[in-house]
Ligand binder design. Structure first.
Ligand SMILES: *Cc1c(COP(=O)(O)O)cnc(C)c1O
Length: 467
């Protein structure tokens, strides 16, 4: 019975974090608009078996993609020359920006890219995949915004790309794009603005420095539709200022006996579902609708930020320009990771972020339109969570264990030793690897590990989770 299958799926889904209602403050985006999910699901179903691999065979997808790209380009200051591609997500948009930059410079033997150290990890993934060296430049330790003079100084003859965020995921601040793009332009280097999370909001926000194609030197922009355009998962747009800049992103291969493979993204067969759903959502909400949604999320962020400022023990990092907040402990008699656990016990998900360079351990909140009008509930539970965390005191992990973990070299560990470490950290879990309800101790141990060890531990963890 089809109904039984769906019932089984619903039962599985019931164990997930809620995707609607504003209680999950990362990963998901809720417009709270009635009927939007149904529209998106119907549009998705209409096109999910259509293949974007060949736009001449399925011209509907060509029409939809061009429409979506034009909407994004118009929003982000792209002139008539601006072009783009719909990708599967922000990471793919960033990957393609990097590979296009690399391949447009065959003269550079060992290519590198200059990033603020707050740039999204997608650029480190691109570096890893495409053999582009990362030059990570420290940001201002108080504002967490990129330092344009330091970025300019880091550009050299091997630089094929300079990146700025609008805004950064971790702190929600907008880098000084004008200065960074000018420095890139002066050296004849491409400049990518990662507006994956803010691109659909910032055009409606006040007091935001210029960050789009109106800034001279900006050559590409990434903007995710599955974030603040409130589309179902699986769509982002990579825009280029002109078709010339896009060419190196495309791939063709005639080196086999089948059809000549011709791809605009990393995918080949591409479902039309996410694209059709995004097109339908964009059309339905429209410019005015997005303006309203953006203002709602921005106002909610302002209310939350002000409320958090009044909670004894908490502090918002930097001056967030859009709808993201990074909240840290202003005192050392409690742990923010415990606050995350306490919020979880009160049915909220806030995302732990480890300390990195000048950024202390903090909690990330992605605020959406669904939070508007419900700020007081969140603030009351946050205050209670801090009080409970103070009551519990800082997480105590045996200093010898911390020293031991901090001194481990991931390259010298065997798979069995990794399994032992994961078990010791409470991440063993066995088959199906379920995590403990409370994560503060695990996070404290992970925080004690070097970043390289943490990466390896988490990779081993993933391997234990998946069959
Ligand atoms: C979310 C995000 C990405 C990556 O997007 P995915 O859709 O998760 O692949 C890249 N950059 C920024 C700034 C983001 O917020």
């Amino acid at each position: 019975m089809t109904e039984d299958v769906l019932a089984e799926l619903r039962a599985l889904r019931a164990r997930d974090l809620p995707t609607h209602g504003g209680r999950t403050l990362a990963y998901v985006y809720d417009s709270a608009l009635p009927g939007l999910d149904e529209l998106a699901a119907s549009a998705h179903a209409l096109a999910s078996s259509v293949n974007g691999l060949d736009p001449t065979a399925f011209p509907s997808l060509l029409e939809l993609e061009n429409g979506v790209v034009r909407t994004a380009a118009r929003l982000l200051g792209g002139g008539d020359a601006a072009v783009g591609t719909v990708t599967s997500g922000g990471t793919e948009s960033c990957l393609l920006a990097v590979v296009a930059a690399r391949d447009s410079r065959p003269d550079v033997e060992r290519p590198s890219m200059v990033l603020p150290e707050t740039a999204h990890a997608a650029f480190h993934k691109a570096a890893h995949y495409f053999g582009v060296r990362v030059v990570a430049v420290p940001v201002d330790p108080d504002t967490f915004r990129a330092d344009p003079a330091a970025m300019a100084a880091a550009i050299d003859d091997s630089t094929v790309l300079v990146v700025a965020s609008a805004p950064s995921y971790a702190h929600g601040v907008v880098d000084p794009v004008t200065e960074i793009a000018a420095a890139a332009l002066a050296r004849g280097v491409r400049c990518h603005v990662d507006a994956c999370i803010g691109g659909w909001v910032l055009p409606h926000a006040r007091d935001v420095p210029p960050f789009d194609f109106s800034v001279p030197g900006v050559t590409s922009i990434s903007v995710d539709l599955h974030k603040y355009a409130y589309c179902p998962k699986g769509t982002s747009v990579l825009l280029h200022a002109s078709a010339d800049l896009r060419r190196a992103q495309y791939f063709a291969s005639a080196a086999w006996p089948g059809y000549t493979m011709l791809n605009s993204t990393t995918q080949s067969t591409r479902s039309g579902g996410p694209l059709a759903a995004a097109w339908a959502v964009l059309r339905h909400i429209g410019d005015d609708g997005y303006r309203t949604l953006a203002l709602r999320a921005l106002e909610s962020t302002r209310v939350l930020r002000e409320g958090i400022g009044k909670i004894d023990g908490l502090r918002v990092l930097g001056t967030p320009a859009s709808t993201l907040l990074a909240v840290t402990a202003a005192r050392d008699d409690f742990d923010v990771f415990t606050v995350a656990d306490e919020m979880k016990a009160r049915n909220w998900y806030v995302q732990p972020q480890f300390a990195h360079r000048s950024s202390p351990a903090n909690l990330h909140l992605t605020v959406t339109a669904a939070n508007a009008g419900h700020e007081s509930e969140l603030l009351a539970d946050l205050r209670a969570s801090v009080e409970a965390a103070v009551e519990a005191g800082p997480v105590r992990v045996d200093p010898e264990v911390v020293a031991f973990v901090g001194g481990l070299d991931p390259d010298s560990l065997t798979p069995a030793e990794f399994a032992g470490l994961l078990a010791a950290a409470g991440m063993g879990g066995g088959g199906g690897g379920v995590l403990p309800e409370r994560m503060a101790t695990v996070n404290t141990l992970l925080a004690a590990a070097t970043p390289a060890l943490r990466e390896r531990l988490l990779i081993e963890f993933l391997g234990a989770l998946y069959s």
